[in-house]
Design a protein around this ligand. Structure first.
Ligand code: 5AD
Ligand code: SF4
Length: 453
């Protein structure tokens, strides 16, 4: 009987993509993939360390898995491996913190997982790999291992060179490394042939895309390699193409032009600002001011397509005064985001900001978080309300949790849309006329006829 591996994924889409890739390699090496930790011979936790809370979760989970295995008797104890960002950052100290762990697999060792497991099964203890990717590493993901048969994540760039002072990602994911355009375009052609309706081009900073050569992009104009890639990918005919995350400093207006030229490039841009105060943006080492950011937003809002705009904000960065926070509030009022992810600053050891001593008290962070959340909710009520009477294109995902008469999915502008339809199947793309709007979702009825992008 084949050995079974279970991979549990935490954190961002990059981890989801790495899990799919690890599963593909494991299946090729003769393993089966299990749907739960119970009964698995190997349990891998693909971890996140962007905030302290995420990191603590991993160690809790290791304890749970160990206890469950102990309860079933010693013979069945699975090998436990930690992969992802916590593995890369903590390295061998994980073995000391959590003796139940047998393997620590860094963020660039995904393709070596089968041989690392073999070593652990052969009796080697504390197997560690924090090495780089190898030349010629394979990015192939088998459709069977993808999380969805309709929406696929396609990594275009890994790592980060930006070194924002609060962020651990440059240390956990290493330097930016772009995939070749030929490989990306060919993967999207294959996905289209397999019937996928939507791809997400993913990376910490997709618009910093800079492949070693421009091979594959010769026939596509554009002010930056990313703008050229968008046009090349637009030409594959994949029905819906989304991309995330965009970095403000590298956001060229030509991205908006590409979106205007290709209707299959979706009407959604995620452009994290982090703060509205120039003083804090400088301390965060973001490389942009609030005015620089507003220029990008004006281009996006000035497009002839109505482009949805979302962002990330950190409240309570060290030294953030009431006046700094007010500037963030003003920025949020002005940007009228379609969605906003708000985070309380979390100190990450090893980052430059960890050395800053003027911490904002937890209660103040919470108060700012709640004030911003309340503001954003009222903005969203207005933004979502503006969709009343409009048609949106929705990729059907599943039955709605609220009612078995309704289905749910995401629009091209990345909003949750629920609609009345008993005869529609996941994977279908439908047009929905919006009749009700809430702050976080839209509701409507099926319709036909052209959708206004
Ligand atoms: N504390 C709080 N939020 C953080 N983020 C990144 N690092 C931290 C941190 N140390 C947030 C940023 C980023 C998002 C993915 O996570 O807003 O855009
Ligand atoms: Fe972190 Fe900044 Fe890189 Fe984003 S751009 S991953 S916030 S260092």
């Amino acid at each position: 009987m084949k050995s079974k591996v279970y991979i549990e994924t935490f954190g961002c889409q990059m981890n989801v993509a790495d899990t799919e890739r690890a599963a593909t390699g494991l299946r090729k090496a003769g393993y089966d993939l299990a749907a739960s930790a119970e009964g698995a011979d190997v349990v891998l936790l693909n971890t996140c360390s962007v905030r302290e809370k995420a990191e603590r979760k991993v160690f809790r989970r290791i304890g749970e898995i160990r206890n469950q295995a102990n309860a079933r008797g010693k013979k069945e104890k699975p090998l436990i491996g930690v992969m992802g960002c916590v593995a890369q950052l903590e390295g061998s100290t994980i073995f000391a913190h959590a003796p139940a762990v047998d393997l620590v697999i860094g963020t660039r060792a995904t393709d070596r997982i089968p041989s690392l497991i073999e070593r652990a099964r052969g009796g080697e203890s504390s197997v560690l790999d924090l090495g780089e990717r190898e030349e010629g590493d394979i990015w192939d993901v088998s459709p069977a291992e993808r999380r969805s048969p309709h929406v696929a994540f396609v990594p275009i760039i890994e790592g980060c060179n930006k070194f924002c002072s609060f962020c651990i990602v440059p240390y956990s994911r290493g330097r930016e490394k772009s995939r070749s355009a030929i490989e990306i375009v060919s993967e999207i052609h294959q996905l289209r042939e397999l019937g996928y309706k939507e791809v997400h081009l993913i990376g910490q900073n997709v618009n910093s895309y800079r492949p070693r050569t421009l091979e594959g992009l010769e026939n596509y104009a554009g002010a930056t390699p990313f703008a050229r890639l968008l046009r090349a990918v637009g030409d594959t005919g994949m029905p819906r193409i989304k991309f995330t995350t965009s970095f403000p400093r590298d956001f060229h207006p030509d991205i908006v032009s590409a979106l205007e030229e290709y209707s299959n490039l979706c009407d959604w841009i995620h452009l994290p600002v982090q703060s509205g105060s120039d003083r804090i943006l400088k301390a965060m080492r973001r490389g942009h001011t609030a005015a620089d950011y507003f220029r990008r937003v004006d281009t996006i809002k000035g497009s002839r397509r109505r482009l949805s705009l979302t962002s990330d904000i950190i409240v309570g960065f060290p030294g953030e005064s009431e006046a700094d926070f007010r500037q963030t509030v003003e920025l949020v009022q002005r940007c009228e985001y379609d969605g906003l992810y708000i985070f309380k600053y979390s100190k990450r050891n090893g980052t430059p900001a960890a050395a800053l001593t003027d911490e904002v008290p937890e209660a103040e962070k919470t108060a700012r978080f709640m004030a911003l959340e309340e503001l954003q909710e009222s903005i969203q009520a207005k933004v979502y309300g503006s969709y009343l009477g409009r048609k949106v294109s929705v990729l059907v995902e599943r039955e709605s949790a609220r009612s078995s008469e309704d289905m749910t999915g995401h629009s091209t502008c990345h909003k949750v849309v629920n609609f009345r339809a008993r005869d529609k199947q996941p994977g279908e793309v439908v047009d929905v006329l919006i009749s009700q709007a809430k702050s976080y979702s839209l509701y409507g009825e099926l319709t036909s006829g052209p959708v206004n992008y």
